[in-house]
Design a protein around this ligand. Structure first.
Ligand SMILES: [Zn+2]
Length: 308
């Protein structure tokens, strides 16, 4: 028995990180899209949970005591940053979390809300991120930034679990190849849209990065988070502008309040476009993975914008 234990510890020493070979790395992501990316990179060496689940809004998330307790069972916390999930800092402090924390958007150049959204200064209601200089947090909606997220996750996992470094490198390489292929496909398809079919109306201002990547123009009655609603005056201005632009279609978003966008649709006489996913994966169906979500959004937009 003693000899066997000795043999096992020797074996463990030889393989580098003994624990990692037996116990998966426990990853806690702030929201479902990060959880999916971590799962893609980590495969069976990780167990990933998400604080904000599919079809749920991370902007207004209010952690429960059980969420904070869960952090004592965590090796790596993944946050988006840029004001999307600021509540994670309070959780880390409350749980006295000593493990690794990665803010995946560190190192990217964020879009500022004003740079891509002409309506921002017309809103009288301050949105949730007004105090942080209004960086747009929805960086994952540019596949280029998702690539950055994946590389950062792979590096953090390899750091925590060095014995798995080759595994994480291999999996992230394969996944990034899929991201690149999708990106190239979307570029080609959006490039084929004529200039007068590039205005997209959505409930909340989540698609700045997507617009930037594929040369589209998004307008939204609500701000960067779902929490602020526009004043009657700014809504009237938006409706006016959409009438002038003859925008033929408006799109809906999973879990966003439909009433405002439906009012805009009726006032402008636009058609109902499909459902877009911005801040969370779908529970089931094609948008239940990040790759699927991006493809679904592109299909829905091209269907809606391209229709006569
Ligand atoms: Zn959002």
């Amino acid at each position: 028995m003693m000899r066997r234990l000795l043999m096992m510890s020797l074996l463990c020493l030889l393989t580098g990180n003994a624990l990692a070979d037996q116990t998966p790395v426990r990853v806690l992501a702030t929201f479902s899209i990060l959880a999916d990316l971590a799962h893609e990179v980590g495969g069976d060496r990780v167990v990933v949970t998400s604080l904000v689940g599919p079809d749920q809004d991370a902007h207004g998330f209010d952690p429960r005591a059980s969420d904070i307790r869960r952090m004592s069972q965590t090796d790596l916390v993944l946050a988006n940053g840029l004001g999307f999930d600021p509540w994670i800092a309070r959780m880390v402090a409350a749980a006295r979390y000593k493990g690794r924390m990665l803010t995946v958007s560190d190192g990217i150049t964020p879009l500022m809300a004003d740079a891509h959204d002409v309506h921002d200064e017309q809103r009288s209601a301050p949105h949730a991120h007004a105090t942080d200089g209004a960086a747009d947090p929805h960086a994952w909606l540019d596949i280029g930034h998702a690539r950055h997220y994946v590389r950062a996750i792979a590096a953090a996992l390899a750091d925590i679990d060095p014995a798995g470094a080759a595994h994480y490198a291999r999996r992230s390489f394969t996944y990034i190849a899929q991201l690149d292929a999708l990106d190239a496909d979307l570029r080609a398809r959006f490039a084929a849209l004529p200039a007068h079919r590039r205005t997209v109306v959505t409930p909340h201002d989540a698609f700045g990065y997507f617009a930037h990547a594929y040369d589209l123009h998004f307008v939204a009655p609500a701000g960067l988070s779902n929490e602020a609603s526009p004043s009657a005056a700014s809504l009237a201005m938006l409706i006016d502008q959409l009438r002038q632009l003859k925008v033929p279609v408006v799109f809906f978003e999973s879990f966003a309040d439909e009433r405002l966008i439906e009012r805009i649709r009726q006032a402008t006489g636009a058609r109902r476009g499909g459902l877009l996913y911005a801040d969370a994966l779908a529970k089931a169906g094609p948008a239940s993975t990040y790759l699927g979500l991006m493809r679904h959004n592109a299909d829905t937009l091209i269907d809606g914008l391209g229709a006569p």
